[in-house]
Design a protein around this ligand. Structure first.
Ligand SMILES: [Zn+2]
Length: 332
């Protein structure tokens, strides 16, 4: 086939542009994958009772929204046989574990899988396979004490176990745990109340379940000053919580200098939640995430693992989660 010189130039230019377009697109997709969303199909199982607000649809809606927003490529199903009992025992007693296995074997298994997902997330961050990670897990964990039974829909405290794992396995000393769930993370406070290696910062309504979270509770012994409770009233808006992050969290983090940041990401603090009464928007979670990402960049090489806690308005929970994930992916 004979082609004219003009056609040849046109063809070459077309090829060049196609190549550059492809390259730019590839580059954009690589740069844009700073986060991963980890989950497991077992979270579609386990239900406390029919019509219970803490149900498998919470995860289904998040995954559907992720798909709709064309961010499915961030999703990874964690399929692991790893044994996490050793790490659960860092926080929970054998009596508690045994009691859960006996009284509620499915709930115990599902919560244990949440631990597996969280620890796998830490491994991925430490191996630099992802800058940060969101764990789409359920049930929540931050109310789980050692009572041998479910507490506030929780069985094992996933964030507390993850903090111990980071410290013992990777020898990173100082862990910052941020809990922006509407409810106070009483179990997380309980397990680290005397511990200066974990800075626990919680914003919540102290008059809601479980009735703890007084700002007067600041830690004990060597842990004094490392437990920060901020009570926020009903109808709290974006501006108010963002102000708290700027005025209370940031100065404390500047002193603490964390090696790793964990988020107890509960979205029942979002407006229109069925169990909460705050008025926070999706943009607010974007802003809070941005603040934490800036801190993680300064102190800990961007290391953030975020773990789903509460959030019971199915659409609202998914929308706020998406805003959070999009910001986690938006690393500058
Ligand atoms: Zn909650």
């Amino acid at each position: 086939m004979i082609i004219s010189k003009r056609e040849f130039i046109k063809f070459s230019l077309f090829k060049l542009f196609s190549f550059l377009f492809l390259k730019l697109n590839l580059k954009a997709s690589i740069v844009k994958r700073n986060t991963k969303v980890l989950t497991n199909l077992i979270f579609f199982e386990h239900l406390i009772s029919d019509d219970h607000p803490e149900n498998p649809n919470r995860i289904k809606y998040i995954l559907n929204y992720l798909k709709k927003s064309k961010n499915s490529s961030l999703l990874e199903i964690v399929d692991t046989n790893r044994d996490v009992k050793k790490w659960i025992r860092e926080i929970h007693t054998d009596k508690h574990i045994y009691s859960l296995k006996k009284s509620n074997p499915l709930a115990e298994k599902v919560s244990r899988y949440a631990v597996k997902v969280c620890l796998t997330g830490v491994d991925k961050i430490m191996r630099k396979q992802s800058k940060n990670i969101f764990c789409a897990v359920r049930p929540p964990g931050h109310h789980a004490l050692n009572t041998g039974k479910e507490e506030g829909f929780c069985y094992y405290n996933h964030v507390a176990i993850t903090a111990k794992y980071i410290q013992k396995k990777f020898k990173l000393k100082k862990i910052l745990i941020i809990d922006w769930d509407y409810h106070h993370g009483n179990s997380t406070e309980f397990f680290f109340y005397n511990d200066p290696s974990v800075l626990f910062f919680s914003t919540h309504d102290q008059f809601a379940y479980p009735g703890t979270g007084s700002p007067k509770r600041q830690g004990k012994g060597k842990g004094l000053g490392f437990n920060i409770n901020v009570h926020l009233p009903c109808k709290t808006k974006d501006k108010e919580i963002i102000k708290v992050f700027h005025e209370i969290l940031i100065p404390n983090v500047q002193k603490f200098k964390p090696d790793f940041i964990l988020i107890s990401a509960g979205f029942d603090s979002r407006i229109n939640d069925t169990l909460g009464c705050f008025h926070l928007s999706d943009d607010c979670f974007r802003e809070l995430t941005k603040i934490l990402m800036k801190l993680s960049k300064i102190y800990c090489d961007n290391r953030i693992l975020s773990i789903l806690e509460g959030g019971y308005n199915l659409d609202g929970n998914a929308k706020a989660t998406l805003a959070h994930i999009n910001e986690l992916n938006n690393l500058n």
